[in-house]
Design a protein around this ligand. Structure first.
Ligand code: 5BU
Length: 252
């Protein structure tokens, strides 16, 4: 099924928008913009915006963060037609994650289309985030699997994530996973740990190629250092975009 066709299976507005823009823009590339200054992240959003479906942020690593930044990122997202995914990995009781999602200095729910959560606290983490995010049409990804070596998100844990995603499918739009996890077209799988050359880093990150990830049934490749550390990030982003899209076309 095409991304466009899959958009009709979900009622979540963010999931719909993502499927539609991936198809119209012809990209399944997300960039992990793991840089530490406003200037750097804005440069990435500006220069790579036309190549990507999703800009993934770690907003709490920006040393000169201010409210202007999220406003500007939002403007760039609307201008270049990509979604913003704050990779916050919420992991507390429902009441606490509500504060973390809505309040503090980041007000994540105000500007991030998508965020994600560990399921280790149980279903309360999903319910808490949903009360804050769903009225704004936001979407949540559950961490069903991770990319790092020897991580514990395997087996029954992964199965629980799949079960709870179906239970809360108005708000949970899919997973962080390494492959296709469930035969239901409404759920999106995004995969980190992607590089044109498979391998590892020195801190137990594990990389697969775009071809392997997409042919395995994942929908979005998340690429960080493979792009932003390259000499010419724009040219590199085009390569990843093409590799991801070719693999998708081959699959369909
Ligand atoms: P890299 O530079 O392409 O290795 O960056 C990967 C990004 O994906 C980085 O922002 C991580 O925080 C993020 N990530 C990951 O690498 N593995 C995971 O399982 C999850 C997130 Br969840």
């Amino acid at each position: 099924m095409t991304y466009q066709q899959r958009s009709t299976f979900t009622n979540n507005p963010t999931a719909k928008k993502l499927f539609e823009l991936m198809d119209s823009k012809q990209t399944n590339l997300a960039i992990a913009a793991d840089v530490t200054t406003k200037a750097e992240i804005l440069k990435i959003a500006q220069e790579l915006g036309s190549e990507i479906c999703v800009l993934k942020t770690h907003i709490d690593i920006i040393v000169d963060f201010d409210q202007e930044l999220t406003k500007e990122l939002r403007e760039l997202a609307d201008k270049h037609n990509f979604l913003i995914f704050e990779d916050r990995k919420f992991a507390d009781i429902g009441n606490t994650v509500q504060y973390q999602y809505r309040d503090g200095i980041y007000h994540i729910v105000e500007w991030a289309d998508i965020t994600n959560a560990h399921i280790v606290p149980g279903q309360g983490v999903i319910e808490g985030l949903k009360e804050v995010g769903l009225p704004k049409g936001r979407g949540l990804l559950l961490l069903a699997e991770m990319s790092s070596a020897e991580n514990l998100a395997v087996g029954d844990y992964t199965q629980k994530a799949i079960e709870w995603a179906q239970k809360y499918d108005d708000f949970v739009i899919g997973f962080i996973g390494m492959k296709k996890l469930i035969d239901n077209p409404k759920f999106i799988v995004m995969t980190p740990g992607v590089k044109l050359a498979a391998g590892t880093d020195n801190l137990k990150q594990q990389y697969n190629t775009p071809e392997k990830v997409i042919s395995g049934g994942s929908d979005v490749i998340i690429v960080g250092r493979g792009i932003y550390k390259a000499e010419d990030p724009q040219a590199e982003a085009k390569k990843y975009r093409e590799a991801g899209w070719e693999a998708y076309k081959k699959r369909n």
